[in-house]
Write a protein that binds this ligand. Structure first.
Ligand SMILES: NC(=O)c1ccc[n+]([C@@H]2O[C@H](COP(=O)([O-])OP(=O)(O)OC[C@H]3O[C@@H](n4cnc5c(N)ncnc54)[C@H](O)[C@@H]3O)[C@@H](O)[C@H]2O)c1
Length: 292
């Protein structure tokens, strides 16, 4: 089985920067790429802060922190990021056309042996593999938010994904200290998000029908069902836009009216009320004023 040494992560957003940090901590030479300089700067500052906390809590040593940052590179150039990559994790925005464009560029720029893994929350890898000449080396590698905390990865094979690709992906998960679960058949949304989606759809539908206030629905889920966080609170945490794009994509695929994004969610996205990251979603969040 080929050996993975160099990993490239494409997209330095909420998911990408933390996935890249996991890879660097796991001993891989890691490059993170984003089109936006701002996203790379933010990623670097955020990771510095999180790793400082990890050191002060004794989760890692100062030497481990330094070594991981030595292995972590940031770039805006896709060409530089993937030139020597053995394994590429795509974590750009959840839009099929953008992901397709990235995969077709990767096919041109990455070594022929490199594996292409997508962190998409819903898009199955066979929808992207057509942009490449290596469908056997394309796989889903679905992390959960926030990746530095959540110890779970769904690895999903298409009919064309080879066993070797699946095993190498599982091996990368082991090395970066994440529990991985192999799904041998594709299905949009995989396991966790299908179950979560069913819960969130029901919660939003109860709210839209005026049965209960969203705050009460959150509290009922916490108190009666023992959930650690309510469905609306969770939407705020992971980004209301992320769930919206997932629903939009699934609706495009199935045409099933039950999959159509809810009007109240669409409105929040249009207003830019995306949850914690914008300071307002279902709830309001106090953010520290930016120090000048
Ligand atoms: N947020 C979650 O809870 C979550 C969980 C699991 C998986 N995912 C998946 O991870 C992926 C990324 O989600 P996110 O929440 O990090 O989104 P995000 O919007 O925070 O980040 C996306 C990043 O991709 C960058 N980008 C866009 N187009 C690009 C391109 N062509 N090349 C390079 N960079 C590009 C953007 O500048 C941005 O920094 C999506 O596919 C999403 O479905 C998200």
């Amino acid at each position: 089985m080929a050996k993975v040494k160099n990993i490239a992560v494409i997209g330095a957003g909420q998911m990408g920067h933390q996935i890249a940090m996991l890879c660097a901590l796991g001993g891989y030479e890691t490059t993170i790429q984003d089109l936006q300089e701002e996203a790379l700067k933010k990623a670097s500052v955020t990771l510095d802060g999180i790793m400082d906390k990890w050191v002060s809590k004794g989760k890692i040593s100062e030497n481990q922190r330094l070594a991981a940052f030595e292995r972590l590179n940031f770039t805006q150039s896709l060409k530089d990021a993937v030139r020597n990559a053995d394994f590429i994790i795509e974590a750009v925005v959840e839009k099929l056309e953008i992901k397709k464009e990235v995969f077709s560029k990767l096919e041109r720029l990455a070594p022929s042996h490199a594996i292409f893994a997508t962190n998409s929350s819903t898009i199955v890898n066979s929808m992207l593999a057509g942009e490449t000449n290596r469908a056997d080396k394309v796989v889903n590698m679905h992390f959960f938010f926030p990746p530095l905390v959540m110890d779970c990865v769904e690895v999903v094979m298409s009919e064309q994904t080879s066993d070797e690709t699946a095993q190498l992906t599982m091996e990368v998960c082991r090395k970066i200290n994440r529990s991985a679960f192999l799904l041998k058949k594709e299905i949009s949304g995989f396991v966790a998000n299908r179950i979560l989606g069913a819960l969130q759809r029901e919660a939003v539908s109860l709210y839209e029908k005026g049965i209960a206030d969203y705050k009460d629905i959150d509290q009922i889920c916490r108190k009666a069902l023992g959930h650690p966080i309510g469905p609306f609170e969770l939407m705020d945490l992971s980004g209301i836009d992320v769930g919206y794009f997932v629903a939009e994509q699934r609706y495009k695929e199935t045409g099933n009216p039950a999959d159509k994004p809810f009007a109240c969610i669409e409105e929040k996205v249009k207003q830019g009320h995306l949850g914690r990251k914008t300071g307002k979603g279902w709830y309001e969040y106090k953010t520290e004023p930016v120090k000048q």
